[in-house]
Write a protein that binds this ligand. Sequence first.
Ligand code: F6P
Length: 366
Amino acid sequence: MARTRPGRVGILTGGGDCPGLNAVIRAATRTAFNMGWEVYGIEDGFDGLLTRNVRRLSRRDVRGILQLGGTILGTTNRRNPFVYPVSRKGAIVETDRSAEVVRNFRALGLHALIAIGGDGTLGIAERLFRKGIPIVGVPKTIDNDIPATLITFGFDTAVSTATDALDRLHTTAEAHKRVMVVEVMGRYTGWIALHCGVAGGADVILLPEIPFDVDKVCDTIRARERVGREFSIVVVAEGAVPVHGRMMTQGPKEAGREVRLGGIAEWLAAEIASGCGGKETRSLVLGHLQRGGPPTSFDRLLGTRFGSAAMRMVGEKKFGAMVALDPPRVLAVPLRVAVGKGKLKRVPLGSDVIRSARDMGIGFGD
Ligand code: F6P
């Protein structure tokens, strides 16, 4: 396809941060420079297009950032321009400010936009594309829950961090003959829990995709005790749900953002203690540790491939699409197939990873 010169390309990061964002920014920017284009960094996600907080990126700006966590552009998961929280007469009202985003995009003289983010950001990108912004998406999230791409960058780093935590918990759990219940992120999917649980030798893994029964969890723990293994490691995804219970959330949903999940580990530790005859049990929440720190080499490579491919897509005018990993290729897929209600990529129950985990004797509480 013939390449055109779009001139000025904007780039932003939206939603929760995740390791590898800077690798994408660096790759996209350097690819643009190779093509003779200018890149404008938009600060704090789509907010930067409401406030026109935009700066031209130089080679110096993207130097030495490949291995850095976070994002040099800043981000937010609080303000969706289509349901922007605006304070009116003391109340917070969700207001559609998307027309301002489109206006400012044009006023800044931008020709294309690269939006790096998870389902929320890519959903906004898809709607802005329909409003006329030539946009390319890059799927990001530690949760790995975006369809059409085998993996999102950030996931591998989160799994590595969580696996490292499980290694450390093993020694203290064994020394004290305790059950350790570890809550990991992942929102409504169990990718992080499953992968770190298997890689970190967990005894029980609880996923949103498989409602669990506390009695079954206790059965696994007691079965281990009968063979002399008096400690157990339970990995629970923040979105895991007991068979007769509900997903645990933190506080009410705030305007313009997703409800916060959390609290299942503490609750489950108490249930295990009483269900397993007073077994000493401790819980911990890994939380944002999973999002921090340097990306793994896998995420640096994937971020670089995604950033570079996204800028090539701008050159080829493949707008309204996102980059996706379909090994061995990185492809362009329409944003509409990847985002929208009910479009989460869940852990397939018949997956080889689940089967292998069951073969290892890992319990899923079912
Ligand atoms: O989507 C990434 C993620 O880290 C989820 O795993 C988690 O539920 C959520 O973001 C936490 O969001 P916040 O940073 O707003 O607490």
